[in-house]
Design a protein around this ligand. Structure first.
Ligand SMILES: Nc1ncnc2c1ncn2[C@@H]1O[C@H](COP(=O)(O)OP(=O)(O)OP(=O)(O)O)[C@@H](O)[C@H]1O
Length: 585
């Protein structure tokens, strides 16, 4: 869903100069921005299309991408009511017959309208996935079963009474297919399964395998690498050593950016990745464009393992590829999906809350919240600030204390003890507001003015990739006092990176962070600050993503109405991927 805007006056820059007809009406109503109008008008001129309804549809397709969709569904787009929306059937017929479609400037497929680029990417993803599913790698299933039995014995020796049946089944199917989509909620043992699968595949290929681990953000890549090594700790020495050299990078870095072309990579269909096995964690965050680039770069005879939780928020950019792939393959015999369902990390309460959110059970979620438990707290107060203060200030002081003592490890550890998660960036429920509030509380508590941008104890969130510095969007860190003065220490994928604070361009304060940015990271205690029920950002996926960031305790701040509104609204993204996969022969 895309936010509407309200033009301030007739000179508002979001109003397109020279727009007429339906485009002008929808622009004035705040449905379309001037950029949407300009792209539609330019395509209309190029393709000699003057039907305003078609131009409106094209402008809505441009808007759709901005809101995370890959295409626009004209049958359901008519929101808000009260505008001159064309009749859906006539509108679809006009678009289908448009010279713009005939010229391939836009695409009309399954009653969905696409900008050409996104249709091409979606087509490529469908084709590559189906081609990869049409053949299978040679492997020795008995040897795979024996490898897994050995690893399970080692894991059970370390954790008596545990069962690995789901993970073994997932690894056995992954061994026999080029693509595997390994799904599961938090703590369902996905990484454990990946570590076992890699050892099993290494047994299949005694001469060695080139293995790449990747994730959309630096933080998630660092966690994946660390978690695979940690899971391997219970394996025999020989197995552990074989995984010790496996490292993770961001997906972006794996594909090698092309400096001359921001949307292309050095690895592509004509120059494939050298790896025999590519594992991508946090795949729910992978956009359609990235997935298309990844699929074309992986060798057809390399295994690709996409790991993720399809119930989480989708990528920032257009697409909801992981959940579309899961839905698209659900009734197909060649489905690459292996699902893990039992959770092993957090207690029954957070699991019950996450399950209620995942299945849209608002009454169930409210009863878990209302029951109260040390792992779950519900704060439903008109002014929750004192309750937020009690946790957030303590956490900020712990970070600051370690930072002032030059304790890098301690400061980075303290950073992950608590996270305040907001849906919004601005406004009373937004990250900026709460970052300021927490800084004010710190000042009141310590007497420090925090006038410096790089004040000691400032928690940092990197917001852009900087290949030269080796820090990536999503990395976190803290300003630590060292003998050389305050230094920004960033938890990069290969360990803490120590930098002069002035060298970091794109960083934000991270006392609070948006739920979108929190994907791929976790904290011991998570406080989820829900906006009021009117917020167009509230969705079930947003709430689920926030709650499942917690390792031990979740605190939900919000009214019953906000909780019900969040659970009742789906973060739907228009895309044809699932339907096209399901319908393909
Ligand atoms: N079958 C099992 N039985 C008991 N404990 C398990 C099992 N599988 C994994 N674990 C443990 O549960 C915890 C979570 O496992 P793991 O990190 O593999 O899950 P995950 O699905 O990758 O989690 P997330 O994606 O949320 O990080 C780890 O401490 C792991 O050792």
């Amino acid at each position: 869903m895309t936010d509407l805007f309200e033009p301030v006056d007739a000179t508002d820059a979001r109003l397109a100069l020279g727009a007429t007809g339906l485009l002008a009406s929808f622009n004035a109503a705040g449905v379309l921005t001037s950029a949407d109008v300009h792209v539609a008008s330019a395509l209309g001129r190029l393709g000699r299309e003057s039907d305003e309804r078609v131009l409106l549809a094209v402008a809505l397709a441009v808007r759709a991408v901005r809101g995370g969709s890959v295409c626009v569904d004209l049958a359901t787009v008519a929101d808000p009511p009260g505008l001159p929306w064309p009749d859906a059937a006539d509108w679809a017929a006009a678009v289908a017959a448009s010279p713009l479609v005939a010229a391939g400037l836009v695409r009309w497929d399954n009653d969905l309208l696409y900008l050409d680029r996104y249709h091409e990417q979606e087509t490529q993803v469908v084709d590559d996935l189906l081609t990869r599913a049409a053949s299978a790698p040679d492997h020795d299933p008995a040897l795979m079963a024996a490898s897994l039995a050995r690893l399970v014995a080692a894991m059970q020796a370390a954790r008596p009474g545990t069962s690995y049946d789901e993970q073994v089944a997932a690894c056995l199917s992954a061994a026999g297919q080029w693509t595997t989509v390994l799904t599961g909620g938090p703590g369902t043992g996905k990484t454990t399964a990946v570590a076992s699968l890699l050892v099993g595949l290494l047994d299949q290929h005694p001469s060695g395998l080139r293995i790449a681990l990747a994730a959309p953000t630096g933080k998630a890549a660092a966690r994946l690498q660390q978690a695979v090594h940690q899971e391997a700790e219970v394996f025999d020495e020989a197995d552990r050593v074989r995984l010790a050299g496996v490292t993770a990078s961001t997906l972006h870095r794996l594909l090698r950016p092309d400096p001359g072309n921001s949307t292309r990579f050095r690895h592509h269909r004509g120059n494939r990745l050298p790896h025999d096995v590519v594992v991508v964690d946090e795949s729910s965050m992978v956009s359609l464009t990235q997935m298309a680039r990844l699929l074309e770069a992986v060798r057809p005879d390399a295994r690709l393992v996409l790991v993720g939780d399809p119930h989480q928020l989708s990528s920032v950019e257009a697409g909801a590829v992981l959940s579309d792939v899961v839905r698209g393959f659900q009734d197909r015999p060649d489905s690459p999906v292996a699902a893990l369902r039992s959770t092993h990390r957090f207690g029954a309460e957070i699991h019950a809350l996450a399950e209620a959110l995942r299945t849209g059970d608002a009454d169930g979620a409210l009863s878990v919240l209302a029951a109260g438990h040390e792992a779950i707290e519900w704060i439903d107060e008109a002014d929750p600030s004192s309750r937020i203060r009690s946790t957030a200030l303590g956490a900020a002081l712990a970070v600051r204390d370690a930072a002032e003592h030059g304790d890098v490890e301690g400061a980075l550890r303290a950073l992950d003890r608590h996270r305040l998660l907001c849906a919004h960036r601005d406004g009373p429920f937004g990250v900026r507001h709460w970052n300021r509030r927490i800084e004010q509380w710190l000042t009141a508590e310590t007497g420090d003015g925090l006038f410096e941008r790089a004040y000691v104890g400032r928690p940092l969130l990197v917001t852009a990739n900087d290949h030269q510095l080796g820090v990536y969007n999503g990395d976190s860190g803290v300003v630590v006092l060292t003998p050389a003065g305050p230094r920004a220490v960033i938890a990069a994928s290969d360990g803490p990176r120590d930098l002069a604070p002035s060298r970091l361009g794109d960083v934000e304060t991270m006392h609070a962070m948006t739920i979108h940015k929190s994907q791929g990271s976790q904290a011991d205690v998570v406080t989820v600050l829900l906006p009021d029920e009117e917020s167009r950002l509230l969705s079930r996926e947003l709430f689920y993503t926030a709650v499942t960031r917690a390792r031990s305790t979740v605190r939900v701040v919000g009214s019953e109405a906000a909780i019900r509104a969040a659970i009742g609204r789906r973060a739907q993204r228009a895309s044809g991927l699932a339907v096209r996969l399901a319908a393909a022969p």
